[in-house]
Design a protein around this ligand. Structure first.
Ligand code: ATP
Ligand code: MG
Length: 185
């Protein structure tokens, strides 16, 4: 799976809709302190299902919604859309439908209402989203997304936590969720 586009609306400092094309050759995002570089990485993790506000540098999940400035009012929702090339991978967790080789995931949060997800035009659960990305060996906790402090966390991780990282990298993390599901049925 390859991320192709990212669209942010009202997410943290990205108050106006902003679209980013992530194309081969892109190696870095540069800009002055506080311009929103880390917010971009957080948007990728958030749309992939990140559920911990702390790892978004937020007190509560509503804090990802643009909070307003002296010249701009706060927004009441935030939305991030991610478009990815499936590169032949199947969308088994939501049914392939008319994916056309592409996946579009949208996460939207309304102040006080929590998050809702859509995948290729259908309403889906947070769990479906994490399965899609787990099957593609990526996701909000993928070792490919290294946030500040993560290196130290890997070094001091307990063996079970390190195993979880390896399983995510190997693309088998989704199997645990499915096993738990099957055991409950
Ligand atoms: P650095 O180079 O210091 O790492 P950066 O480019 O990574 O900076 P970010 O941390 O992505 O910057 O962006 C921080 C900015 O985002 C701050 O100015 C902060 O006020 C703003 N910000 C974060 N959350 C919100 C929010 N909910 N509403 C409005 N602005 C926000
Ligand atoms: Mg930063």
């Amino acid at each position: 799976m390859k991320i192709k586009r990212l669209r942010l609306t009202g997410f943290k400092s990205f108050v106006e809709p902003a679209e980013l094309r992530i194309e081969p050759g892109l190696t870095g995002v540069v800009g002055p302190n506080g311009c929103g570089k880390s917010n971009l990485l957080e948007a990728i993790r958030w749309v992939m299902g990140e559920s911990s506000p702390k790892s978004m540098r937020s007190g509560g999940m509503d804090d990802v919604i643009f909070a307003g400035t002296s010249s701009r009012p706060a927004r009441d929702f935030a939305e991030v859309a991610l478009v990815a090339d499936l590169e032949g991978a199947a969308l088994t967790s939501i049914g392939d439908g008319d994916s056309d080789g592409e996946l579009e995931v949208i996460r939207r949060i309304e102040r006080g209402q929590g998050s809702a997800y859509r995948a290729n035009g259908r309403d889906v659960r947070a769990k479906d989203i994490s399965l899609i990305f787990a099957d593609a060996a990526t996701g909000a906790h993928s070792p490919a997304l290294v946030s500040q402090g993560k290196i130290a966390a890997v070094i001091s991780a307990k063996p079970a936590e390190r195993r979880q990282m390896l399983e995510e990298a190997a693309g088998i993390a989704g199997l645990h969720v499915r096993r738990k599901d099957a055991e409950q049925k």
